[in-house]
Design a protein around this ligand. Structure first.
Ligand code: SF4
Ligand code: SF4
Length: 382
């Protein structure tokens, strides 16, 4: 493993970390195999944002006696509603889920306490105003239950504001070559009708300027960036992806780690093999790391693609929107028969959708969720 200082925390973090989001409903055996692979490879930073009890319990068991080997990032503001993970700004409720995380992880502290998913001015004030969630995080830190305070989000303007506020030590932010071509404000109404965006190297792109400013300000304020979504939810691996450019995990990690301010990358790994593929970055040749292929296509068209992150939940009828869309997309990319079997085990099917639209409002990636859910019905239920 190679290490970088995680900004002003001063802690050495392995440049390859682990994001646990795809292990939310995995068995303990799978979680064990992924974590073992990670720790054997020198990973020492794990992000666990989900509020589901099962995954918290599994990590608690797997990391028992290994707690000292890893920094754990947990999120203040991630709660459950009807069994689905979502965000809350209710301080008492958030703290209840924080306490639950410590108990289930069998630890008495978190290393990074992330203020969860701050993507718009209203959420920003509910978190950073004097009576907001930040006050809870600061108290928990004073009580020794958290070492550092961070923030997670997808919106450049909110991230810039937080970084420049001086309140956060760590920023968790999506970094990949596709996102770096998208507008800073992914939900901006004004950008709704644009079909495609300039490639990262195009100096006239407003988004590039904004994102470069964010990376720059993180470096100036010594706020360590934890790069999430380095693979854009795996879309960059698919030969049929809208950008027409296919990258490997090594190339994606290489790109993210080359951005200023990025200290560690936390790919979401479903299996030990996926963890191994990420760790392969450490032994890759310069040729294998070379991501210059992205320059061959100056126009990426990933706007509106689902990242399977489930930030749009809770769904009133309990559809697992991320999992449902991922399966429908996989069929489009030429997936196998297993996809129908995976769809069968989803407890609520896409046809239960009432088209209420709350998910569309919550999605930070401007995805037409209802269209995706309808596509899943057409693919799996007709
Ligand atoms: S629709 Fe949006 S919020 Fe929901 S899983 Fe997809 S990208 Fe995430
Ligand atoms: S539009 Fe459909 S998928 Fe989205 S929240 Fe409403 S019921 Fe759920």
């Amino acid at each position: 493993m190679r290490y970088r200082k995680l900004g002003r925390t001063g802690v050495d973090v392995g440049i390859v970390g682990l994001g646990a989001e795809h292990l939310e409903f995995a068995s303990r055996e799978v979680v064990t195999s992924v974590v073992d692979e990670a720790l054997d490879g020198g990973v020492n930073y794990i992000d666990l944002f989900m509020a589901s009890p099962g995954v918290r319990d599994n990590f608690g068991v797997v990391l028992k006696n290994k707690r000292h080997q890893v920094m754990i990032a947990g999120h203040l503001g991630a709660v459950l509603e009807n069994g689905q993970c979502c965000k809350s700004r209710d301080k008492a409720r958030c703290e209840k889920y924080f306490d639950d995380l410590l108990i289930r992880l069998q630890t008495d502290y978190l290393d990074t306490l992330m203020l969860h998913y701050v993507d718009d001015p209203d959420n920003y004030s509910k978190v950073f105003d004097s009576a907001g969630l930040l006050a809870v995080a600061v108290r928990l830190k004073e009580e020794g239950k958290a070492r550092f305070i961070g923030m997670s989000g997808h919106n450049v303007q909110m991230a810039l504001q937080a970084v420049n506020s001086g309140y956060i030590d760590v920023l968790m932010f999506p970094v990949n070559p596709a996102f770096d071509t998208l507008p800073g404000d992914l939900t901006a109404e004004a950008l709704k009708n644009k079909e495609s965006y300039n490639y990262v190297g195009t100096t006239t792109s407003k988004s590039v300027t904004e994102r470069e400013a964010l990376y720059h300000d993180c470096a100036v304020h010594n706020v360590g960036i934890v790069a999430m979504k380095p693979y854009a939810a795996g879309i960059l691996f698919q030969p049929g992806n809208p950008s027409s450019i296919v990258l490997t995990p090594v190339q994606c990690l290489s790109y993210a780690l080359s951005r200023p301010g990025v200290c560690t990358v936390v790919p979401g790994c479903r299996t030990a093999a996926e963890m191994k593929a990420a760790l392969a970055f450490l032994k890759a040749t310069d040729e294998e790391k070379d991501y210059s292929a992205i320059q061959r296509n100056p126009m990426w068209k990933l706007k509106g693609s689902c990242m399977y992150c489930n930030h749009c939940l809770p769904c009133p009828v309990n559809i697992d929107i991320g999992a449902t869309t991922r399966l429908a997309d996989a069929v489009g990319y030429g997936g196998s028969d297993n996809l129908s079997r995976e769809y069968e085990v989803l407890s609520v099917k896409a046809s239960a959708c009432t088209e209420c639209g709350v998910c569309v409002e919550r999605c930070p990636f401007d995805v037409d969720v209802i269209a995706n859910i309808s596509r899943a019905v057409a693919v799996f239920e007709k």
